[in-house]
Design a protein around this ligand. Structure first.
Ligand SMILES: [Zn+2]
Length: 286
């Protein structure tokens, strides 16, 4: 199998890499997205990143992007952090580089990376959860992303408290308002959730208590997910997963308390570049 190119398109940076079919990164390039300069600049930055990385024959290009997007048409609809409004990114990149191009949302790419190269390698049914600004989810069955009609695994908007706080989605009291950066900020009643992680590391009691609560809420959400899908493994990544040691205890307690039999394994991701690897794996998936 030839090498692939994986692109992790984010609101602040574009990470691009040349990857072997075994998941080894041969060459990597990172550049600012320049989202404030509009869609043409962002597309140009993606194109020049690919030019910097591309060498020899490749099997295709995979792009992981914030959603909402349509994976079938390869169109990015209207993400919060990117200046894209119905941009047919796949078509643009495909006609420029004359190779197969695949597009999927970043959480699905994370889950696929775990299924193909990471903690889910030995398993058939994998659920990936990313804890960043929000909570992202992805289902991978036999190394293929499950999409439903298009938007499957939008796990962040699963309600865990029906009379809970208002959410940016319509599903108030959704898990995102209780976990990930958005939820931690609310629980702690502070500003930067990543500084709350640093406070916890220093032994700050309020910060530690915040992660205790957050972990319990996450456990409630995971229980619902496990009831619905009974996967072989759940892998948790994203920047907030760095605080694993502060939230995993209450998370596991909640799942144990609430699930009717022995729950599946719930582990922390240990892939360094899951976003890029998962994007590259989109090419292998087809
Ligand atoms: Zn929501």
């Amino acid at each position: 199998m030839q090498n692939t190119i994986g692109i992790d398109l984010g609101g602040t940076s574009i990470k691009t890499a040349l990857i072997t079919s075994k998941g080894r990164i041969i060459k990597k390039y990172e550049t600012p997205t320049q989202a404030d300069k509009g869609s043409k600049t962002v597309v140009d930055n993606i194109i020049s990143s690919i030019e910097k990385i591309k060498s020899g024959k490749i099997a295709g290009i995979g792009i992981g992007s914030p959603g909402p997007l349509n994976y079938k048409t390869g169109t990015i609809t209207n993400p919060v952090n990117l200046p894209f409004r119905n941009i047919p990114l796949r078509k643009i990149i495909q006609s420029r580089f004359k190779t197969k191009v695949f597009l999927d949302n970043d959480a699905n790419c994370f889950a696929l990376a775990e299924a193909v190269f990471g903690q889910g390698k030995k398993y058939e049914n994998i659920i990936g959860i990313t804890l960043g600004t929000g909570l992202g989810g992805g289902f991978v069955i036999n190394k293929k992303v499950y999409h439903g009609r298009n938007n499957a695994a939008e796990l962040g908007h699963m309600t865990i408290k029906y009379d809970g706080p208002k959410s940016r989605c319509k599903n108030n009291g959704c898990i995102e308002t209780h976990v990930a950066a958005r939820g931690i900020k609310r629980l702690f009643n502070g500003s930067d959730p990543y500084s709350i992680c640093k406070l916890a590391l220093k032994g700050n009691k309020k910060a530690i208590k915040t992660f205790d609560k957050m972990g319990y809420y996450l456990g409630i959400g995971l229980t619902n997910i496990i009831y619905a899908f009974d996967p072989d493994i759940v892998v948790i990544g994203g920047k907030i997963s760095d605080s694993w040691k502060f939230f995993s205890k209450t998370m596991n307690e909640a799942v144990k308390e609430r699930y009717f039999t022995k729950p599946c394994k719930i582990v922390k991701s240990n892939l360094k570049e899951a976003g890029i690897l998962g994007a590259g794996a989109l090419v292998l998936e087809k």
